[in-house]
Structures are given as C-alpha cells and as structure tokens.
Design a binder for this molecule. Structure first.
Ligand SMILES: Nc1ncnc2c1ncn2[C@@H]1O[C@H](COP(=O)(O)OP(=O)(O)OP(=O)(O)O)[C@@H](O)[C@H]1O
Ligand SMILES: [Mg+2]
Length: 564
C-alpha cells in the first residue's frame, strides 16, 4: 500500500487549522499544522511534505514570501503549494501566483472544494525532491555586535522575531573571538565600537572570513551614514551599510536581501560542487570502462596469438613427422628396389632356362622325381607372385613418399589412395574390408605429398574407429566444380559433444601414445590450402563419413585416365 500523502498546513488561527486538519485527515492525508512561515521553514528542514497549504496572512513572514523562499531553494523548488486567502485580500490572485504558489483558494470556499484542489495538485506534482545535502532552511545564525546594551537588546529581539538565531557581542575583540569559535551566516555590526575603528574592524572580519569555508555576510549599522563612512566601510569589505534607526523594518529587509543572495550563492556553489563530483565520477567510470576494454582486447589478442602458436606448432610437428616418415619410406623403397630388380631378373632367367630343359629333363625322370620337379616349378611361379607383390608395394611406397610438397600438379588420385592403403594394410588384415568406388575423374590437381597425408589421417582414423570387424568405403568423383573423396567407416562414430572439437590441434580421445590429436587439424589446414572443404557426418554407434572436396581446375573437369 502507498503511504498517505503528507500535507504541511501553515495557519495561525487555531480554529481554522483544526477544521482543516480534521477534513484532511478524514480524506486520508497525513497532516502537520504550524502557525507561522518561520515554523514552516523549520519543518521543511526536517523533511519535505508532499504539499504545502499556507494561509496568505501570517503573523511574521507573509505567505508570498514563504513561497518565494521555497521556490528559490533547489531542494524545495518542486514542492506543490496551495495558498489560502481570506476575502479581504480581494484581487490578490496574480500577486500570489507570481510569488510561486501553484494555486490559491479563498477560505470562503467549502472544504470539499479545497480537497479537490489539493488532490489535483498532488496529481500534477512531479516534485523531484533532489536534496543536495543539509537542511534547506536552517534558521540563519547572526552575530550582533553593538556596544549600547539597550539598542543591542532591542535589535536582537526584533531579529529573533523574524526567526534568526542570535548571538550578541559588545566589543570588536569579543566578536572576533566568537567568530573563531562558531559558524555564522551574518554579522550585524555597529560601526562605532569602543575598542576598534570601523574600517579596521571590517578589514579584520574580511580577513577572518577568508580562512573559513563558510563565508558570512557583513551588514554595518551606522548612526550617521555619511557618504565617506559608507564608501570607506564598503571598501573595507562590508556587504552593505544601513542607517541605524529605530525603524527596524529597513534593517530587516536589507538583511533578508543579503541573506537571500548569500543562500543563492551558497546553493550555486553546492550545485557546482555536486556537478563537479558527478563529472569526476563519470570520468572515473569512463576510465574504468576503457581499462576493462583494453584488458579484454589484450586478452583476445593473447588468446588469438596463443591459438596461432598452437596451430603453427602442430603443423610443424606433423609435417616433420610426415617428412621423416616419407624419407624413411623412400629410403626403404629404394633399398628394396635394387635387390628386388636383381632377384626378379635372375628369377626370369632361371624360369627361362628351366623352360628350355623341360622336354629333355622330364623324359628321364622317375615318378617320384617328376612330382618334386613339378612342385619346384610351381614354387618358382609362387615366387614370381610374391616378387610382383613386393614390386607393387615398393611402387606404392614410392608414391606415398613423394616429397614434392611445394609443387602443385595433376595426380592420379586412385594411386595415392592405394599407396596409403598398402601402408595401412597390416592394421586392417582380415578384419576390415575396403570397398572402392572410384568415379570418372581420375586426375586431380593438388599438392601430392600433403594430400597423401590427408588420406593417411582419414584412413587411420577410420581403422581406429572400428573395433573388430567392419568396412571402409572409399568413394571419389566429381561434384560440380569440385572433386570429392569420401572415407566412410562402420566404426563407433563421434559423440555430438566432440564434433566441434575434432579439428582442434591436440584434441584426441585416444590413449596416450596412441594419438597426438593432430591428424585432423593438419588435414584441415592442408585442405584449406587447396581451397577445399572437409565435412563430417557421424552417427554414434553406426559410423563416420569424412568428405574432402577439392576444386577442380577448369581444364581438369574433362581430364580422365585416358588423357593424363
Ligand atoms: N572416423 C572417426 N570415427 C570416430 N572418431 C573419430 C574419427 N575420426 C576422428 N575421430 C575423433 O577425432 C579425434 C581427433 O582425431 P585426430 O585424427 O585429429 O587425432 P587422433 O587420431 O586422436 O590422433 P593422431 O591422428 O594424431 O594419431 C580422435 O581422437 C577421435 O576421437
Ligand atoms: Mg588421427
């Protein structure tokens, strides 16, 4: 539930105040009644109501002056004010509204009408009650300095009636001491003091004021305000000089004006200070934000650099691995090739020589010898088979070990695939069958060494994925302007949560020593270098298909086996 709106009623007639209080409380408002404008300001110091309803005709300060004071203070500027006027004031509407009241109602109107106006004002009110600190209307503290006790008492009494807090002093020295002990808003000073000349006193006051952060105003009272006294006193630092007389109204009016100016000045200073503080806060917040942004950017850069380093490192490791493997394979192929050629040659010679002797020899053999003879010839044929298989393997090893990485050239892709399969044969043995389905285009532009590396990685992964028996299907062929190589296995598949990560360097699900986690990241890099793509399709428990697509040069689309 909302709290009831609080209304401050300023009314000096107790009966009228009581009537209004009853009516307002009945309508559900919280009410505080005070009998004078001074008491109202006092109440505003303690806290702001939601609305102020004030009588115009008040004992000390009038309703319009109260309004002006409220409007001139930043903290109370938004407070809605309803002025109550008695009929005697007649055409006072303009005057009241100019003083800052939001509305006025003649007291003769019945109470329901007054309530309606109050409700309307409360609805309209956007009372933004920004309080910059401190009480908005604390009673001004005055130090009155006067050597004549009678006049001092009279003046102090008058000023007290206006709501000022008065401290009295009878000599200049006493006044200066009080000022050093206590803060004042103003000093009302008789120019003729027993212990100090007027100009000297003003000068010392101004000096003491300079050391304080709360400046007080100086109003000088002069028995005979000659032009000279006035000029010299004003020059010495007094804010105003008034002729000392029994007509206190003039003194009071000048004092009010001076205090009002000082209050405004003080408020401006406070507001400026507040703005400066807020500006500083904004600057600080900006600086903090910029620092955070810089930190974030730096972290981003570091992360990127780190990733790039990791990529570069993995490329290096893998290409070093492949290069040494290639060299090793090439060396072995070369070493086997020489004796192989020699054995194959001699095997041919032996076969031919025996062939020439067949008829002659077979005629004179016993049955047992003939069986051995035919077994020996069969073994010789078997040896030829074995030698051809070695020859084939050596060829594949040489195809695999092409180290001409830098060169982009046309390659018979089937040969590359077969050479890789030959190297991996021992890991498949009889448990994995390989199905080949090679398409029309057989010759593809690529970097042969690195592409072999890709095939090796894909096929190794497929073999690793199959526990026990299974099948690997290799499909190739053109698809639009691309050439695709698909390696599909019937292995365990890739769980969805790993699919995003398999191309990351060093991501592996294999045991330490079994996988480095570099195969796919390297393959990805190589395919990118070919301006190709690599796609994954996988179903857990069923298998995985990796599809590499490489661009075919315009001339290649038509190139087939027949025209290499
Ligand atoms: N055909 C596939 N079936 C199932 N999982 C696969 C397949 N291919 C790759 N993966 C998964 O992706 C991971 C990363 O593969 P990648 O080839 O990059 O590294 P690796 O095979 O673990 O190690 P390395 O290739 O260096 O020996 C593998 O550990 C595996 O979990
Ligand atoms: Mg691998």
């Amino acid at each position: 539930m909302e709290r009831p709106a609080r209304i401050l009623v300023v009314e000096d007639s107790p009966t009228q105040a009581l009537q209004l209080r009853h009516a307002l409380e009945k309508a559900g408002f919280g009410v505080e009644c005070v009998a004078s404008a001074e008491a109202a300001l006092d109440s505003l110091n303690r806290g702001l109501p939601d609305l102020l309803a004030t009588d115009y005709r008040l004992p000390g300060m009038l309703g319009d002056e109260l309004c002006r004071k409220i409007r001139m203070n930043v903290n109370t500027r938004g407070l809605p004010i309803l002025m109550l006027t008695s009929e005697r004031e007649g055409q006072i509407e303009r005057h009241v509204l100019e003083s800052g009241a939001d509305d006025y109602v003649p007291k003769s109107e019945d109470i329901d009408f007054v309530l309606l106006r109050i409700q309307a004002l409360l609805r309209k009110s956007h009372a933004q009650q920004v309080v910059f600190g401190g009480a908005p209307f604390s009673a001004a503290r005055l130090l009155v300095v006067e050597d004549s006790p009678t006049y001092l008492k009279l003046l102090a009494g008058e000023l007290q009636q206006d709501g000022y807090a008065i401290t009295m002093a009878t000599t200049g020295a006493e006044a200066l001491e009080r000022l050093s002990l206590q803060a004042f808003d103003g000093v009302v000073l008789d120019l003729v003091l027993p212990d100090m000349g007027a100009v000297e006193m003003c000068r010392r006051l101004v000096e003491s004021r300079r050391t304080l952060d709360h400046a007080y105003l100086i109003l000088a009272l002069s028995a005979s305000a000659t032009r000279e006294t006035m000029t010299s006193v004003l020059a010495a630092g007094a804010d105003d000089v008034v002729e000392k007389s029994r007509n206190f109204a003039v003194i009071k009016a000048r004092l009010r004006a001076l205090l009002r100016r000082q209050r405004l000045h003080e408020e401006n200073r406070r507001i400026a200070e507040e703005f400066r503080k807020r500006e500083l806060e904004v600057l600080r917040a900006n600086a903090r934000r910029e620092a955070a942004e810089a930190r974030a950017a730096m972290t981003g850069q570091l992360e990127r650099a780190n990733r790039e380093l990791k990529d570069a490192q993995s490329q290096l490791v893998q290409s070093a691995k492949m290069a040494s493997l290639g060299q090793l394979v090439a060396g072995i192929a070369h070493e086997i090739n020489n004796p192989l050629a020699f054995v194959m040659n001699h095997h041919g010679t032996v076969e031919q020589s025996l062939q020439a002797l067949v008829t002659e020899l077979e005629a004179g053999l016993s049955d047992a010898s003939r069986r051995s003879w035919s077994k020996a010839r069969q073994r010789l044929r078997d040896i030829r088979n074995g030698l051809e298989r070695i020859e084939d393997l050596v060829l594949k090893l040489r195809t695999f070990s092409r180290l001409d990485e830098g060169e982009h050239k046309y390659v018979k892709i089937e040969e590359s695939i077969e050479s890789v399969l030959a190297l991996l044969q021992h890991r498949m043995k009889d448990r994995i069958t390989v199905k080949r389905s090679y398409g029309d285009v057989k010759v593809v532009p690529c970097y042969p060494g690195p592409l072999n590396q890709v095939l090796m990685n894909l096929l190794s992964n497929a073999i690793d994925a199959i526990d026990g028996e299974g099948q690997i299907t290799i499909t190739t062929g053109p698809r639009g302007s691309m050439f695709f190589i698909s390696v599909a296995d019937t292995g365990k598949g890739i769980p969805p949560e790993h699919r995003e990560r398999i191309f990351e360097p060093f991501f592996t699900t294999k045991a330490v020593g079994q996988g480095t986690g570099l195969g796919l990241s390297i393959s990805y890099g190589i395919v990118q270098r070919h301006r190709g793509t690599i796609e994954v399709r996988s179903e857990e428990g069923k298998g995985t298909e990796m599809i590499v697509k490489l661009p075919l040069g315009p001339e290649t689309t038509a190139v087939t086996e027949a025209s290499p």
